[in-house]
Ligand binder design. Structure first.
Ligand code: B12
Length: 212
C-alpha cells in the first residue's frame, strides 16, 4: 500500500494520489505516515530530475500533486489547538530558494501542537526576518533550504541577526532535504533536521525546559 502511493506520485497519477490520501486519512491512518510516503515519492522525482529522466515541468507537477495531498491532510494534522500558545516560531525559506512544501508542513505541524507560527514565505531577505523577529520576539526561528546555494543565505541571515543583537533571544533551527549537521555548524544553528516531526519535538522539548 505504501509503495503504491509513492509510485502513483512518481508517475504523476494525480487522481490516484488524491483518492488514496483521502480514503486512508478518512480510515484513520496516521497523516504523518501518509505524508512520509508522498515525500518519498518527491525524493524519487528529485533523483530522476538529477539523472535527466525528468525535467523542470515534472518537478513542478510533483509539487502540485504534493500540495493537493497536503491540503487533504492539513485538518488531520491540525487537530489540537490550545488557547494559550505554547511558543512562537518564525519560519522562512531564504533568498534564492523558492521551495516551500517542507516548510509549510512544519508550519502546519507546529500550529497543531499549539505554537504561534509566522510563516514568511520563500525567497525571503534577511531584513524581513530581522523585522519579524523584532516585532514578534519568537522562541524559535526556522530556516528551510532545499538547494545548497541557500546555505549562504542562511549563514548571512544568522550573522545579521547576531549583529542586530537578536540571536540570543531564540533557538535557530535549519531544516530541509539538503541540510546536514555540517550545515548546522556552518550556519551556527542550534538544531538541524530533515524531518518535520523531529523539529516539532525539539520545539516542545525546549519549551518544556529540557534543552534551554
Ligand atoms: C518539488 C521540487 C521543486 C518545485 C518546488 C515547489 C514548491 N512549492 O516547493 C519547483 C519546481 C519549483 C522546484 C524548482 C527548482 N528545483 Co527543486 N525540487 C523539488 C523536489 C522534487 C521535491 C522537494 C520537496 O518539496 N520535497 C518534499 C518535502 C516535504 O521535503 P523537505 O522539503 O525536505 O521537508 C521535510 C523536512 O526536510 C522538514 N523541513 C523542511 N524545512 C524545514 C525547516 C525547519 C525549520 C524544520 C525544523 C524542518 C524542515 O520537514 C519536511 C517534512 O518532514 C526536490 C527533490 C528532493 N529530493 O527533495 C527538488 C530539488 C530540491 N530541486 C532542485 C533544483 C536544482 C531545483 C531548481 C534549481 C531547478 C531549475 N533548474 O530551475 C529550481 C530551484 C529554484 C529556486 N531558486 O529555488 C535540486 C536541488 C539540488 C541541490 N543540491 O541544490 C533537488 C534536490 C532535485 C535534485 N535532486 O536535483 N523544485
Amino acid at each position: 500500500m505504501a509503495e503504491e502511493l509513492t509510485a502513483a506520485l512518481v508517475d504523476f497519477r494525480k487522481e490516484e494520489v488524491i483518492e488514496a490520501v483521502k480514503s486512508r486519512a478518512e480510515r484513520g491512518e496516521s497523516p504523518v505516515q501518509i505524508l512520509a510516503e508522498c515525500r518519498r515519492g518527491m525524493t524519487i522525482v528529485g533523483e530522476r530530475f538529477q539523472t535527466g529522466e525528468y525535467f523542470l515541468a515534472e518537478l513542478m507537477l510533483s509539487g502540485e500533486i504534493f500540495k493537493g495531498a497536503m491540503a487533504i491532510l492539513e485538518p488531520y494534522l491540525a487537530k489540537t489547538n490550545p488557547s494559550k500558545p505554547l511558543g512562537k516560531v518564525v519560519l522562512a525559506t531564504l533568498k534564492g530558494d523558492i521551495h516551500d512544501l517542507g516548510k509549510d508542513i512544519v508550519a502546519i505541524m507546529l500550529k497543531a501542537q499549539g505554537f504561534e507560527v509566522y510563516n514568511l514565505g520563500v525567497d525571503v531577505s534577511p531584513n524581513i526576518v530581522i523585522d519579524k523577529v523584532k516585532e514578534t520576539t519568537p522562541d524559535f526561528v526556522g530556516f528551510s533550504a532545499l538547494i545548497t546555494t541557500a546555505f549562504d543565505s542562511m549563514k548571512q541571515t544568522a550573522i545579521m541577526l547576531q549583529e542586530a543583537g537578536l540571536r540570543e533571544q531564540f533557538k535557530l533551527m535549519v531544516g530541509g532535504g539538503v541540510t546536514t549537521p555540517a550545515v548546522k555548524e556552518y550556519v551556527g544553528a542550534d538544531f538541524q533536521t530533515t524531518d518535520a516531526t523531529e523539529g516539532v519535538a525539539y520545539c516542545i522539548e525546549v519549551m518544556k525546559g529540557d534543552q534551554r
